[in-house]
Design a protein around this ligand. Structure first.
Ligand code: URA
Length: 430
């Protein structure tokens, strides 16, 4: 067998066998498959799809391509949450300390942003000194000691996905349901969480544009998880407008901190929903009890306290959570005002692109990211606004007509309000 045989089979829309899948994934991980071959394979999957069985085989082969850590002897349930990616999505920063303060361990492996904005690891690095490159031993020790850790998965974990994702990103082969499912699930199954909640985004700012497509992806991932003997659930949630009130690393961290201090917005609503689902699973309590416990730990300041403990445990300056001058925004500010009266619409995609054009996103994995640039929203999608009202502020260093046009074009008005849903469905059984 050689790599070309596998690509040829996939091109003919054949279902790959265990042996073919294992061979191809090993060639990717070991480097004997070229980027061109990986791209051809991914494009063939995009065009022809995969059966459930085949996708599960790809997932497990990818998971086995690297180190799989055995579950350490941590008392109690360990939870994990994964988002398929959206704009202004900082739910991890809220949900992890909430759950940890309620006695549910969060062993969370997160990623960096590629494209519009920073990812969770980039946002955490907004705290001066904070380290996300924990060794597996440090990661485990921190989870044991304070109930939570958020770190990047090392190159030893699922190396096949690292290569495939990088190639997919530059060959228009990201938005394939089997490729996303195998990429996400291979990484999730390589971690030791007992309960995994997948937040599958749908809408203009997400890979999946419609709730139907997102639900298809969600159900496939839940089935793969169950096949692996793990407790996996998925929520399909909206990603048309930014989730919180900010886009850009430091601005989003400020927003998450404010939510932990009691502010209510889309970010708080979704974080509360996701945390309640995980708490209910972990403790076997009712949905109402879980929601009440989550609200109470925010109101008491316990979740905010746990957040600062996590930041400090990873070497970060936790004073920044109380003193936003340590999470600076870029020095130059441009205002966006409403051109008309009406119910506000805000495009997550356009604001994400604007942030990237300001330097707040990356084009290649090795690119740096400017934590201080971004957009702070003063009005939210669905609210009624008057002509000339302040909608947002753009924080920037270098003037960028492209960024300004994108940010200004992100806002519009409608004569009638539109029903806005945050959560479309929760899939507990696929
Ligand atoms: N997130 C991932 O980890 N992989 C994908 O393919 C898409 C989103």
């Amino acid at each position: 067998m050689n790599v070309c045989d596998v690509i040829e089979a996939k091109k003919r829309r054949e279902e790959l066998s265990e042996a073919q899948t294992e061979f191809f994934v090993r060639a990717v991980a070991e480097g004997s498959a070229s980027d061109a071959q990986i791209a051809a394979f991914c494009m063939a999957v995009c065009m022809g799809g995969m059966t459930d069985e085949e996708c599960a085989r790809l997932t497990f082969a990818m998971q086995r391509s690297g180190k799989v850590a055995p579950r350490p002897a941590i008392a109690g349930v360990c939870a994990d949450k994964h988002s398929t990616g959206g704009v202004s999505d900082s739910t991890t920063l809220v949900l992890v300390p909430v759950l940890a303060s309620l006695g549910v361990c969060c062993a969370k492996y997160s990623g960096r942003g590629l494209g519009h904005t920073g990812g969770t690891l980039d946002k955490l690095e907004s705290f001066p000194g904070l380290r996300v490159d924990l060794t597996p031993a440090q990661f485990e020790a921190q989870v044991r000691r304070i109930g939570a850790a958020v770190a990047g998965q090392t190159g030893e974990v699922v190396p096949a996905d690292k290569r495939m994702y990088a190639v997919r990103d530059v060959t228009a082969t990201i938005d394939s349901i089997p490729l996303i499912a195998s990429s996400v699930m291979s990484k999730k199954l390589a971690s030791f969480a007992d309960v995994i909640l997948l937040d599958v985004k749908c809408g203009e700012g997400a890979f999946m544009r419609t709730p139907e497509e997102a639900e298809k992806l969600a159900r496939l991932m839940v089935r793969i998880g169950r096949r692996a003997g793990r407790r996996v659930l998925a929520a399909v949630t909206a990603m048309d407008s930014p989730l919180g009130d900010a886009v850009g690393c430091n601005a989003e961290v400020r927003d998450a901190v404010e939510v932990l201090r009691g502010k209510e917005n889309g970010l708080s609503a979704l974080s509360l929903f996701l945390a309640s689902v995980l708490l209910r699973q972990a403790k076997g309590i009712s949905a109402a009890e879980a929601e009440e416990a989550v609200r109470a730990c925010i109101a008491s300041g316990a979740a905010f306290g746990k957040f600062k403990e996590i930041v400090a445990a990873q070497g970060g300056d936790a004073r920044a959570a109380d003193d936003f001058s340590l999470l600076p925004l870029a020095p130059r500010v441009r205002e966006v005002r409403s051109g008309a009266a009406g119910y506000l619409t805000v495009s997550a995609l356009a604001l994400g692109r604007a942030c990237a054009a300001l330097g707040g996103g990356r084009k290649r994995p090795e690119d740096g990211i400017d934590h201080a640039v971004g957009i702070v929203l003063h009005r939210r999608a669905g609210e009624f606004v008057h002509k000339g009202e302040l909608l947002a502020q753009i924080y920037y260093r270098e003037k960028s007509e492209e960024a300004f046009a994108l940010a200004e074009g992100a806002f519009g008005t409608r004569a009638q309000p539109r029903e806005g849903r945050l959560v479309y469905s929760l899939i507990e059984e696929a």
